[in-house]
Design a protein around this ligand. Structure first.
Ligand SMILES: [Zn+2]
Length: 308
């Protein structure tokens, strides 16, 4: 279903938990947002300059997680799974109050966020939602990593290829249509890492909150988590989840098909920057017909330059 109008949540929701990288406990409260505001993080532990818009231009680091930073150097890290949950829950506008610099990792997936968002309920707002419709293929390559997007009337289809030397992860491939498919395997899929990388990550001061409770850890041909995997393609499905969260940072729902080889947060961000910089192969539209898909009559609402 393609939604005509913008949405927000009906009731506020709260949760707490530890940050994957900081290891610190934090409390989060999500509140309804006004039309056209998008997703805004608010660092309630700080008095001044504490708003951080969830936008690709505010991504200051995307190495192991996506970190947003405003013009005053105020940051919030590991936003991607919560953003992916907002994408899947179909929420456009929300204020996310947080009392630390990292979103709790919960179980490493978006499952807990989705449960809470479902309970909070969703309401249509008066203004129409803006979609980014891809007109021509847009491509970005960085060494062996590649990402491109092609026209489609689906509201985000993702075709992801993962290629690890590790035998358990190996070559995984999946295609998920966020518009039509059931998404349980995507939002249930947890973040993962190789056992041999844990020390390296900890040495740079990260993953202090990491454990088998919030990440799948692969050691050689073994999965260290007692209960194993949640689905056959959990690794690639988690990468698809990350991609959806990172694409919400475009500020739009996307009518397009993304293909990604060996990508991650950084490649997605570089791609979004290129796409908006070149400002050619897409247009921003509203939907005239609620139930439209392939036959939808699309109306160009305004030129992107006004939004970029
Ligand atoms: Zn992730």
């Amino acid at each position: 279903m393609l939604r005509v109008f913008q949405t927000t949540i009906i009731k506020p929701l709260t949760f707490n938990g530890i940050g994957l990288h900081s290891g610190r406990n934090s409390r989060v409260k999500i509140l309804p947002g006004v039309e056209d505001s998008g997703i805004i993080f608010k660092r309630v532990d700080l008095k001044n300059n504490n708003l951080i818009k969830a936008n690709y231009t505010n991504v200051s680091s995307a190495k192991l997680c996506t970190t947003l930073e405003n013009n005053h150097g105020v940051k919030v890290a590991t936003v991607e799974h919560l953003l992916a949950a907002l994408y899947i829950a179909d929420i456009d506008n929300a204020i996310i109050e947080i009392d630390s610099d990292e979103v709790p990792i919960m179980d490493g997936s978006a499952r807990e966020f989705l449960k809470l968002l479902k309970k909070a309920g969703l309401i249509n707002q008066k203004k129409k939602r803006k979609y980014l419709k891809i007109i021509n293929k847009i491509k970005f390559k960085d060494g062996k990593r590649e990402i491109f997007i092609e026209p489609s009337n689906s509201c985000l289809e993702v075709n992801f290829h993962l290629d690890y030397e590790n035998k358990i992860i190996g070559k995984q491939h999946n295609t998920v249509n966020f518009h039509k498919d059931k998404l349980e395997d995507v939002f249930n899929s947890r973040t993962f890492c190789l056992f041999e990388d844990i020390e390296k990550i900890k040495k740079i001061g990260l993953a202090k909150g990491g454990s088998l409770e919030n990440a799948v850890v692969v050691n050689g041909d073994k999965i260290l988590n007692d209960s194993g995997l949640r689905n056959d393609k959990e690794f690639v499905n988690h990468k698809i989840l990350d991609l959806a969260g990172d694409f919400l940072l475009s500020g739009y729902r996307i009518l397009g098909k993304v293909t990604c080889h060996q990508g991650g947060h950084e490649l997605t961000n570089l791609f979004l920057r290129k796409m908006f910089r070149e400002n050619l192969s897409f247009k921003v539209i509203e939907l005239e017909d609620f139930f439209a898909s392939n036959q939808v009559k699309l109306k160009q609402s305004h030129k992107l330059a006004a939004n970029a």
